[in-house]
Design a protein around this ligand. Structure first.
Ligand code: SAM
Length: 459
């Protein structure tokens, strides 16, 4: 997007302008919504109320992009628009359709001002005419779309191939429930650093600062914020908690770490599971790898804030080539593999449009390569905990099954309510964990545990 110097000056207090700049980075420069928004909030020239509206508009537009485009189509079809003008129209239509509190004249006036300053008078007139016509005209009826896939795709604003993909595996009703739940606002959840404080102590400390929290339904160390972003709390600053999705908190405990093991976290950044594993260690040691140097830096920052660095070695390294120091094998290996991230579509809605089925196939190859290699680094009797934050079968059950088919020295170690204290509705018939986003309003997640037979048979 071409941003003019005068726009920066004249529109510095215009929240629609800031929404437009952020959306342009996400939609046209492929940046992640959460990263772009965090950066904006650290240097914002706006007050608290306007910041909240910027975040709502940015997420709302991405969340509802296909629905908005469907409504806008009759007004812009056949017209050649610059990307930023399309985005400006989208964010205006989002406010007109989805937000009741904002008067339509305010939406139009602000959009026209942005169009004039960053474009010219002609662009302002064009935006004015389209939006006024949009307000006067009845909206298209989405429920009248005949094709079922297309109807769901427009209604829940998600790529048609994803709708079709889930329809192949689930009933119409299950798919609608899933898609509907992805449109809801995600919760902020956090994991208590139990090496410093109990969950009760952390919740009391938060309460004393005005944060209401509730216990997680699925993790004994998780809490959910009811009314605010916990990163501003004393508990966060003191390292008593870390922001993490509740389903992701299920991974580390599945290794039943007793405190003195040698552990590998093969793909560790940004460190949600690595910090959790480190809290469970006493004399043991964690080697945490990631391909990306900047991401390993973030893992290090988290470890330091939480006071866990002494138990951990962090390496920028390709896990598919990793060899342990002195050839010493690991007791437990966590492979939280790179994946298509379909389980994160509520939190990072751009995933709904950016991923393709080919991505799933490519990632499945990488996952296979990673699990094949790390399996050679495990002691007999040791365990691999394989996990992803995606919902595709090719990256989950099929990876595990194909691995077991060609590695007869490994067997599945089924996850159970009794042994693992995991809710029964999260455990599949094969003994894997599958968390669907609509079940507990968390990210979608998959976890499987495999054990390497020892010399006397299965552990
Ligand atoms: C799903 S994320 C891991 C999330 C992390 N375990 C957590 O809990 O915060 C996958 C990570 O794998 C890393 N990655 C991808 N390919 C890798 C490889 N060959 N070796 C090591 N890390 C890799 C990516 O950089 C990314 O940070």
């Amino acid at each position: 997007m071409k941003i003019k110097q005068r726009s920066k000056k004249q529109l510095n207090k215009n929240l629609r302008w800031h929404s437009l700049v952020l959306l342009d980075k996400i939609e046209n420069q492929n940046e992640f919504s959460n990263v772009v928004i965090d950066e904006f909030l650290q240097n914002t020239p706006l007050d608290e109320r306007d910041n909240r509206l910027v975040v709502q508009i940015v997420y709302g537009v991405i969340q509802n992009k296909l629905t908005i485009d469907y409504y806008l189509a009759p007004f812009v079809s056949g017209k050649q628009l610059d990307d930023w003008v399309s985005t400006l129209l989208r964010l205006s239509v989002y406010q007109l359709v989805f937000l009741d509190r904002i008067p339509s004249h305010a939406v139009v006036n602000e959009a026209v001002q942005v169009a004039k300053v960053n474009g010219h008078g002609g662009v302002g007139n064009f935006v004015n005419a389209i939006l006024r016509r949009f307000i006067r005209t009845d909206r298209l009826d989405i429920d009248a779309i005949e094709d079922f896939t297309e109807r769901l795709s427009v209604k829940y604003s998600i790529s048609p191939w994803i709708v079709d993909y889930f329809l192949k595996h689930q009933t119409h009703e299950e798919v609608e429930n899933l898609l509907e739940s992805l449109q809801e606002v995600p919760f902020i959840s956090a994991r208590v650093n139990t090496s410093k404080k109990s969950r009760k102590e952390v919740m009391e400390s938060l309460y004393s600062e005005g944060y209401d929290t509730v216990e997680s339904d699925i993790s004994p160390v998780g809490i959910r914020s009811v009314n605010g972003n916990l990163i501003h709390s004393t508990a966060f600053k003191e390292g008593w908690l870390t922001i993490q999705d509740e389903s992701s908190m299920l991974v580390a405990p599945l290794g039943h770490i007793n405190g003195d093991e040698e552990i590998l976290d093969a793909c560790s950044a940004p460190g949600g599971k690595a910090t959790h594993i480190a809290t469970l260690l006493e004399t043991g040691h964690l080697t945490a790898l990631d391909l990306s140097q900047p991401k390993i830096k973030r893992v290090n920052e988290h470890m330091e804030r939480l006071g866990l660095s002494q138990r951990v070695t962090l390496n920028v390294e390709d896990a598919s080539k990793h060899q342990p120091t002195n050839g010493q094998l690991y007791d437990k290996i966590y492979l939280d593999a790179p994946c298509s991230g379909l389980g994160l579509m509520r939190r990072k809605p751009e995933i709904k449009y950016e991923k393709s089925y080919e991505d799933i196939q490519e990632l499945a190859q990488i996952q296979t390569e990673l699990i094949n290699h790390v399996s050679t680094l495990l002691k007999p009797g040791g365990e691999i905990i394989y996990s992803t934050c995606t919902m595709s079968y090719e990256e989950n059950e099929e990876i595990v099954q194909s691995f077991l088919n060609v590695h007869d020295n490994f067997v599945q170690s089924p996850i159970s309510v009794e042994k693992d204290n995991v809710k029964s509705d999260l455990i599949t018939d094969e003994g894997n964990i599958r968390v669907w986003p609509q079940q507990y309003h968390t990210d979608g997640f998959f976890i499987s545990r495999l054990v390497k037979k020892d010399t006397e048979g299965i552990k």
